[in-house]
Design a protein around this ligand. Structure first.
Ligand SMILES: Cc1ncc(COP(=O)(O)O)c(C=O)c1O
Length: 440
């Protein structure tokens, strides 16, 4: 008889799954299940793995630190790894001044929202309370994060409890509205933002993902788009808040997208790959202007009321620090530049598949949009979850996939070798082809 599992899995219709494969161990890009099958981790264990699994340097950083201090509170105290990591993060994050730790991306975004809203209160601008965002963005699953990254399909059931934001359209080259060229549409999106900003409608902050909307289907912003929004924020005195949780630390080919896009934020959130994918930690960084607004006498009540039990955990900080040092040691960003070209070699072969509507790729991220009608660009909607179909087909081909809606996501560990990436892309093609009759 099958053993009962008491685990409730994330974003999962539990009735669809009889059981879940158990991963027993992992090395490099390979996961090994309890039956001894090896599968390639095509999604970098939910987009967070940098150096592959069981990397000896990172494992050593964890074991060494855990023997010294496994956890102590950041309330009234501090610890060496958290201090060193904050110093390092400030050093590599242009114009950032202080680091506020948390333990997951959603929390880092909650903190970013609170900082942005409280900043205006602290400087006496009580009316600036509205938040502007981009349509189709995603910032996590907690209430603040759901409000600023409102995805109707995911969060519609909580709509009444969420706060309203001003949402602006995002240019998407694959789905340009009728009557527009792609360039016209970009200008239209930016003009809409400027029009609203110029009405002086008490907007406290503009919050967006940096470089691309990842969960929204790998929508890579056109060149200059993010920069222009940052300039509009400066011009109209709106705080510019970036979410680098999925895109920072090399995923899109540069350390931080905000640097590449020449769009310096007031507040930026990091998560996922911050610890190389080994432990749970996130961080919200601010510039000096925002930080200074929180300073005052105790009874001014300008300080930030936020703190989690595991904030600044020394083991997580130690492994994050080690991972960040390794970027330089192994010249990772340059390596990614070369590995990333392998994806380009496959554009043609993938796009020839009947159900592939579009391929969107940057750095070490590729989204393959699956459609039922190429001409009409109709997103595929089978009765069973697309994710489960692709997961099962992927498994047969030796790859671990987790699709997002109708997008097949390739988000491998950054350290994947060129031959492993060739293998992954060959297996992805086989998987899409074998899934085709099941999704149509
Ligand atoms: C851009 C972005 N922000 C925030 C989050 C939330 O992070 P977490 O899942 O660690 O709460 C995610 C997660 O996918 C994300 O992609």
């Amino acid at each position: 008889m099958k053993k009962t599992s008491f685990v409730w899995h994330p974003n999962t219709q539990m009735r669809e799954w009889d059981s879940f494969d158990e991963i027993k161990s992992a090395k490099g890009v390979w996961l090994t299940d309890s039956k001894g099958n090896k599968i390639l981790d095509a999604v970098g264990s939910m987009w967070c793995n940098v150096w592959g699994h069981s990397n000896p340097e990172l494992v050593n950083a964890i074991t060494t630190q855990s023997k010294k201090l496994q956890h102590s509170s950041m309330f009234n105290l501090t610890n060496e790894p958290a201090e060193k990591l904050a110093e390092h993060l400030v050093k590599i994050s242009p114009k950032m001044h202080r680091v506020f730790y948390s333990d997951n991306g959603s929390s880092a975004m909650e903190i970013a929202i609170k900082l942005a809203l409280q900043y205006w209160k602290n400087i006496g601008e009580k009316k600036k309370t509205r938040i502007a965002t981009l349509e189709n963005g995603y910032h996590g699953d907690t209430f603040g994060a759901m409000s600023v990254g409102y995805v109707p399909e995911f969060f519609g059931k909580f709509k009444k409890q969420l706060f309203t934001t001003l949402q602006f359209p995002v240019p998407n080259e694959y789905r340009v509205p009728n009557g527009f060229t792609f360039l016209d549409h970009q200008n239209y999106c930016l003009e809409k933002i400027e029009k609203e900003f110029s009405k002086k409608t008490n907007i406290a902050a503009f919050i967006m993902e940096s470089g691309a909307q990842v969960a929204g289907g790998v929508i890579i912003y056109p060149k200059g788009f993010q920069k222009k929004i940052s300039q509009l924020c400066k011009k109209y005195d709106v705080l510019f808040v970036l979410d680098e949780i999925a895109t920072g630390f090399g995923r899109l080919g540069s350390m931080f997208q905000y640097e590449e896009q020449k769009s310096i934020p007031d507040i930026v959130a990091y998560g996922k790959m911050l610890t190389g994918g080994y432990l749970t930690m996130a961080a919200t960084l601010t510039n000096k202007k925002v930080y200074d607004s929180f300073l005052g006498e105790f009874n001014d009540w300008k300080h930030l009321f936020h703190g989690h039990t595991y904030t600044g955990n020394p083991i997580a900080a130690a492994v994050a620090l080690e991972s960040l040092k390794m970027y330089k040691k192994y010249n990772l960003i340059k390596k990614i530049y070369n590995t990333s070209k392998i994806f380009e070699k496959y554009y043609q072969k993938i796009s020839e598949i009947d159900i592939v509507g579009d391929i969107r790729h940057k750095g070490m991220l590729m989204g393959i949009e699956i459609v039922s009608n190429k001409k009409r660009k109709t997103p595929i909607r089978p009765k069973k979850s697309i994710n489960k179909i692709f997961f099962e087909e992927g498994k047969k081909n030796g790859i671990y996939l987790r699709t997002l809606g109708n997008i097949v996501m390739l988000v491998p560990p950054l350290i994947i070798t060129e031959s492993e990436l060739n293998l992954l892309l060959d297996k992805t093609i086989l998987t899409i082809k074998s899934a085709m009759p099941k999704v149509l």
